[in-house]
Design a protein around this ligand. Structure first.
Ligand code: ATP
Length: 232
């Protein structure tokens, strides 16, 4: 039984489907990447899982239970945390305030900051004064405060230097393995992702073009990149 099972999902905006018949799964302890060119439907798929866009047909199951009828806040309570592409941090809050807000005014669980020790030094710093990498750490730490069973991260690498991107992947892998949660990411850096993720789903034109384990997909990546991922 998968942690997350999406089956034949059709979803979109204002009655217009932009993803069609998409199936994917994420297991506990697994880091999974959703790849695809701009406009392929990756963000829409993630938003549908979190309940933030309209689903027209298909199934979304978390821990074998259907969550299709649940509001976004109920899905969050069921264990889904979503770090959106823009990270949705409040620029005027400090790092400490951001974390405390996520933890219901309590201190964060100690293990959260162990994944991002650099944040420990930045407690009084305002979000607006953080680098892109620090903001991404904070967005991830805030999501972890709820101890999610499924962590969804959209375009984690957006605006980050390659060195910083490289540093995030092992942390996500550890989070998945050590916390036993599933981590589903949308990633533009295909070759970096293939070094770290367990499984890959490739979207193109709103449908699922290919899915497989990283070992299965690695030999096909040039073919897939040419066909579906644009120039990378
Ligand atoms: P990107 O890498 O550019 O974020 P993506 O693979 O995440 O691309 P989506 O953002 O899911 O793709 O977009 C898929 C399609 O849905 C695109 O054609 C886009 O124009 C359309 N779309 C996205 N957001 C909306 C919206 N709010 N209303 C209507 N159409 C939208």
């Amino acid at each position: 039984m998968s942690l997350l099972e999406v089956r034949r999902l059709t979803a979109g905006y204002a009655s217009v489907p932009v993803v069609r018949d998409v199936s994917l799964s994420v297991e506990r302890g697994e880091l999974v990447a959703l790849l695809g060119a701009n406009g392929a439907g990756k963000t829409t798929t993630l938003l549908a899982i979190s309940g933030l866009v309209s689903v027209y047909s298909g199934e979304i199951r978390l821990d074998a239970g259907s969550i299709a009828g649940l509001a976004p806040a109920q899905r969050a309570r069921a264990g889904i945390q979503h770090v959106p592409e823009d990270r949705s941090l409040f620029p005027s809050l400090t790092v400490d305030e951001t974390i405390r807000l996520a933890c219901g005014a309590r201190r964060p669980p100690k293990w959260v900051l162990e994944y991002f020790p650099a944040l420990g030094e930045l407690g009084g710093r305002r979000v607006a004064a953080l680098s892109g990498g620090e903001q991404q750490m904070l967005a991830l730490a805030r999501a972890l405060c709820r101890d999610p069973s499924l962590l969804i991260v959209d375009e984690m690498s957006l605006g980050l230097a390659p060195l910083v991107v490289n540093a995030f992947f092992p942390v996500l892998r550890r989070i998945a393995a050590e916390r036993g949660c599933g981590v589903l990411i949308v990633e533009q850096h295909v070759h970096v992702a293939l070094r770290w993720v367990d499984r890959v789903h490739v979207m193109a034109g709103g449908t699922m073009a290919a899915s497989g384990t990283t070992d299965e997909m690695r030999p096909r990546i040039d073919e897939l990149a040419g066909a579906y991922l644009g120039e990378r």
